[in-house]
Design a protein around this ligand. Sequence first.
Ligand SMILES: [Zn+2]
Length: 186
Amino acid sequence: MKLDLRFYGDPALRQKSAPVAAVDDRLRTLADNMVETMHAEDGIGLAAQQVGETVSLCVVDVPATGDTDEAGTRLNPDVAMPMILFNPEIVEASDATDVYDEGCLSFPEIRAPVTRPSEVTVRWTDRDGAKREQRLRGLVARCVQHEMDHLAGVLICDRMSAVKKVTLSGKLKRLRRETEQALGLA
Ligand SMILES: [Zn+2]
C-alpha cells in the first residue's frame, strides 16, 4: 500500500525516532509499504518520519546504474536492494568526504549540495530481525546517511550551506507555508 508523504513544514519530520525493540508483522508491513511508496515516488530512500511514523526505520533502493564509480565499477556489489534498516547506526565513518547535490521526497524540486563521509560502516536490524553490518560506499553510503538524518529529525535544509539556504529561502518558505496550510497549522 502506498503511504502519504509528509512535506517540509510537517512537524512529523522533526520528530526523533524511537528504537525498535523487535521486528514484528506490523513493522514488516510498514517497511514493505515504505518500499512501495519510495518506488512509486521514484525515490532512492525513505525514512519513517516521511510517512508520519516515529520508529527507527528507513528503506533504501539505489539502482545498480547509480552504484558505480567513475570507471563504471560497482561500489557495493554485495549489498542487496532494497535495503530495509531498523535501528541503523554508524559504526565508523571515513575521514574522506564527498559533496553531492541531494534531493529529498519531502522537499519537491529542491536540491542542494551536501558534504558527507564517502564511506560508512553501518549496523542495523534487517526485515527478518537479524543483525547486519556492512561497509557502504558512494551513493548508497550517502543515501543511508541522509535517511538516518531523518530518523534524528535532521533535514536537508539543516545540512546545506548558509549561502545555499539563502538562495533557496523563497522556495523553502513557500513549501513550508503550503504544508502548514494543508495541515491547518497556518
Ligand atoms: Zn529525505
